[in-house]
Design a protein around this ligand. Structure first.
Ligand code: NDP
Length: 377
């Protein structure tokens, strides 16, 4: 790394983006419905403040269900704690808050200890929910959270992948116990296979050699089969559970739907064989929002513990919660699969930066078939 400024840790002390005072962004100043989204050109530029940070000029961002939920205040208590554990922030407020979890863009500045990136590099990343998001001209992340973007993808295509990739990888590897070398011929069921996480997880699991069964609406069958799904069950047909019961049992279930699903899906797992149920739909943040941090975490931990014990005692099946985790090196691995043509971006809709509220409306309507992306620059 080149020598940097010992005061501010920036490597390119006089680079022009760092001298910019303000940038354009979509922000919220309070939680609520779509009306709280506000466009501004007066947002403070997130310059490099630590030696391990990378400042990115955003070309494209994408939306996830979490953005709609966070706009309404979901997770506010837990995320506030994560942003400011010692409550030392001047304002004590998270506002103005920038949403947007995925970014594809170009590095414009690096801290003095950054070793893997240089200004001018094209990168992609999933922005942790406790950081200012990517619906802005610039975003600043730690080096660990960033990865070089696949060369074959446009920024729009690249922005559709990082958050669902980091989520699916964390859920399947950390909670589901799968990895590239241990997944061959494993039978995996993905519920909600037509959405952002599902369309990515199908492709990842096929690249790892799994046999993949998917539940989705009938009109998504062509999409998920095109991505490699071996068996597809229409959950709206009324007999999804019956159809799935007639199949061989599964080694892993990745549940993107939650609710009642976990009750009928547990019986589809191979008993006493280390099979795992992993759900992405967990009550943790709902609990901390409604009960407060301590009670909410205690209640969530109690629920998880009880369900895990019940399932392991009754059928030898592991019950787990999956979570997004920031992980640039994991995106490096995904980049290789994209370069090999094993993972394709699934961009359902694209909006210009002027139409961020319309993109939120699209997401709120549900029935996603892949991802909704925003062209920022
Ligand atoms: P999306 O909104 O992109 O996709 C959801 C998909 O599920 C849609 O295609 C929808 O299509 C389909 N669907 C809805 N109901 C059912 C059903 N009963 N059976 C089968 N398919 C159904 O969401 P994501 O893929 O981005 O995320 C999935 C879930 O995981 C969300 O609840 C999200 O909040 C959560 N999540 C949790 C994370 C964590 O850290 N714990 C991280 C990321 C996501 P249609 O309605 O037309 O059938």
């Amino acid at each position: 790394a080149r020598a940097g400024c010992s005061v501010c840790f920036r490597r390119n002390v006089c680079s022009s983006p760092s001298r910019l005072q303000s940038m354009s962004a979509w922000v919220i100043d309070q939680y609520g419905t779509n009306g709280v989204l506000r466009y501004t050109e007066e947002m403070t530029v997130p310059t490099v403040n630590f030696a391990n940070e990378v400042m990115i000029k955003v070309n494209a961002a994408s939306l996830n269900p979490l953005d709609v939920s966070m706009r309404g205040g979901y997770g506010a208590k837990m995320l506030k704690l994560r942003r400011d554990p010692l409550s030392v922030m001047d304002s004590g407020s998270e506002f103005p808050l920038i949403l947007g979890r995925d970014v594809s863009g170009v590095v414009v500045d690096c801290g003095s200890e950054v070793t893997h990136f240089n200004p001018g590099d094209e990168v992609w990343a999933a922005v942790p929910p406790w950081k200012q998001g990517s619906l802005a001209e610039f975003v600043t992340l730690t080096e660990y959270e960033v990865s070089h973007k696949p060369k074959l993808l446009s920024h729009i295509e690249a922005a559709s992948i990082p958050y669902v990739a980091n989520t699916a990888l964390s859920a399947l590897v950390n909670a589901g116990g799968l990895c590239r070398d241990s997944t061959s011929n494993k039978r995996v069921l993905i519920t909600g296979g037509s959405g952002g996480v599902g369309t990515f997880a199908i492709q990842l699991l096929k690249a790892w050699g799994a046999h993949v069964t998917v539940t989705c609406s009938q009109n998504a069958e062509g999409l998920v089969r095109g991505l490699g799904a071996d068996e597809v069950v229409d959950y709206a047909a009324g007999d999804a559970a019956e159809q799935l019961e007639m199949m061989d049992k599964f080694d892993v279930v990745l549940d993107n739907v939650g609710g009642d699903t976990e009750q009928w899906v547990m019986g589809l797992l191979k008993p006493w064989s280390g099979a795992k149920y992993v759900t992405l739909v967990t009550p943790l943040l709902f609990n901390t929002d409604s009960m407060g941090l301590l009670d909410g975490m205690f209640h969530a931990g109690f629920t998880l513990h009880n369900k895990a014990i019940q399932n392991v005692i009754s059928s030898g099946v592991f019950y787990r919660w999956g979570f997004y985790a920031p992980d640039g090196p994991a995106l490096d691995e995904i980049c290789k699969l994209v370069d090999e043509g094993k993972i394709l971006p699934v961009v359902e809709a694209q909006f210009p930066f002027t139409q961020v509220p319309q993109a939120f409306q699209k997401l709120e309507q549900g029935h996603a078939r892949g991802k909704t992306v925003i062209k920022v620059a």
